[in-house]
Design a protein around this ligand. Structure first.
Ligand code: HEM
Length: 469
């Protein structure tokens, strides 16, 4: 009980509060339905965790622009403490100088537009490899979902770690388990004062064992990079950069090996499932809308000359970019973004939000807000034609990468792993569903796991352009 004027919300059950309402495959949809009943700013009690959910562009702006600095923290979780070396990464680090400097280093040294362009040979090599696989399987079904996950993992690993990770396959497998753990429902996360639950259930011991294995591989990566010695700027990967900054100092704090490992792990986890899921949804929508597939294919096949798609070609693929935007609006891979935490007592829209309240921004509800979008539930890439609305964090009806100080720094890198592969797939191959399945028969049930993706993997048949009728 509190004397504060908290936002309205659904009735709370004893002890669990509203936890039962979030135990669903699609929490963003349930929260939007609740918001339509209880209002665009809502209070939920999730066990011991007091939570506020905002669901319209106006209130998202209040949180991520007007009061951004008050909402720039992330909640503490046991898993982020264990896997990210006491949350010394970027995504889970508390707001402050350490987070600011580390984010700046990654933005400049791995994620800037210039750096992302410089990884084009990594993307091209990976797509050449996939092209060969697809040609060898011409006419037979392939698992498009698994293929894109593997591709994105390979590109991110190479860009972040360079060529030298000998345990890459084991690392990717472990990272996948970590991501699954971070996103899994865990009752104890709603009872911070009852962490003993994780011990009794055996979960904590399992997580510590996974972390030990991961730490072993990360130590080897650091050792290998140290043994290779200093490289010139062009040859440096992110591990080299962080080790250089660690050794030369220059920041207001000392960087420890654990900090380097935490930040590297962030890069290896934050962008993988988000990028591959976006690619999977884009392809799903194109398969379901053959007219759009045709238009996108005609565009890419008229723009590209020769066999290799260049970055300059990509700039001319206007329709393809509209498709990616519309995919991010309707199928944001993290529809509830990443939770924030309130740093001090605040007042939003006339309601009190006490310090330490967890904040959820329903970006998907903003992206399907009927006051902002016509036919919000339909996939219509043309809606972005001649529209200034962009995903850069200034238009709160479209925030798939978040906004404000905590906005995703990997936006350009993520998009490069969606637009470039999509252009390649459409240029070199024609696509259809297996076993004569019709586009409208494709099951597009979504489920929230690591990100919000198709419940069943997307299986497609690729026919090389030269063989297509
Ligand atoms: C389509 C691809 C991607 C999507 C949709 C996406 C989405 C997001 C979202 C919604 C957030 C939370 C923003 C907020 O709280 O306002 C976030 C944070 C973050 N993303 Fe991404 N992301 C993508 C790709 C990437 C890539 C490729 C990387 C790096 C390799 C990356 C690194 C990060 C990091 C480090 C954060 C934490 C930022 C902070 O807390 O300050 N993301 N991302």
């Amino acid at each position: 009980k509190t004397s504060k004027n908290l936002p309205p919300g659904p009735p709370k059950l004893p002890i669990i509060g509203n936890i039962h309402q979030l135990k669903t495959p699609t929490p963003h949809r349930v929260l939007r339905s609740l918001a339509r009943k209880y209002g665009p700013i809502m209070h939920l009690q999730l066990g011991q965790v007091s939570t506020v959910v905002v669901s319209t562009p106006r209130l998202a702006r209040e949180i991520m622009k007007t009061n951004d600095i008050s909402f720039a923290d992330r909640p503490t979780t046991t898993t982020s403490q264990i896997f990210f070396y006491k949350a010394q990464d970027i995504g889970w680090a508390p707001y402050g100088e350490y987070w600011r400097q580390m984010k700046k280093i990654c933005t400049l040294e791995l994620l800037s537009a210039k750096k992302v362009r410089s990884f084009s040979s990594i993307r091209e090599e990976e797509l050449r490899r996939i092209g060969k696989v697809l040609e060898s399987k011409s006419g037979t079904p392939i698992n498009f979902t698994e293929m894109t996950i593997e591709m994105v993992n390979n590109v991110i690993c190479k860009a972040t770690l360079g060529d030298s990770c000998k345990d890459q396959a084991k690392l990717i497998e472990l990272l996948y388990d970590v991501l699954k753990t971070l996103s899994a429902f865990n009752l104890a996360s709603y009872y911070p004062r009852l962490q003993i639950l994780n011990v009794i259930s055996g979960k904590k011991a399992k997580w510590l064992k996974m972390q030990k294995q991961l730490d072993g591989i990360m130590n080897d990566i650091l050792k290998e990079h140290r043994a290779e010695g200093r490289k010139n700027n062009e040859q440096e990967d992110l591990v080299d950069v962080l080790l250089r900054v660690k050794e030369t100092g220059g920041l207001d704090f000392n960087i420890r090996d654990d900090d380097v490992k935490a930040v590297i792990l962030d890069m290896l986890t934050a962008g993988t499932d988000t990028s591959s899921t976006t690619l999977e949804w884009a392809m799903t929508e194109l398969i379901r809308n053959p007219e759009m597939m045709k238009r996108a294919q005609t565009e890419v096949r008229s723009v590209v000359k020769g066999d290799v798609i260049t970055e300059t070609d990509l700039q001319s693929l206007h329709y393809l970019k509209l498709i990616v935007k519309e995919t991010l609006r309707l199928h944001a891979p993290t529809p509830l973004l990443v939770p924030r935490e309130c740093r001090q007592d605040c007042n939003v829209d006339g309601y009190d939000i006490p310090a330490k309240t967890k904040i959820i921004v329903n970006a998907w509800a903003c992206g399907t807000d009927p006051d902002s979008w016509e036919n919000p539930e339909s996939f219509i890439p043309e809606r972005f034609e001649n529209s200034p609305v962009s995903y850069m964090g200034a238009d709160f009806e479209f925030i798939p990468f978040g906004a404000g100080r905590r906005i995703c720094p990997g936006l350009t890198f993520g998009l490069s792993m969606v637009e470039f592969p999509l252009a390649n797939f459409l240029y070199h191959f024609d696509w259809k569903l297996p076993n004569g399945m019709k586009p409208h028969e494709l099951d597009i049930t979504e489920v929230t796991g690591i990100s919000t993706s198709l419940k069943h993997h997307l299986k497609l048949v690729a026919i090389p352009k030269s063989l297509a009728k």
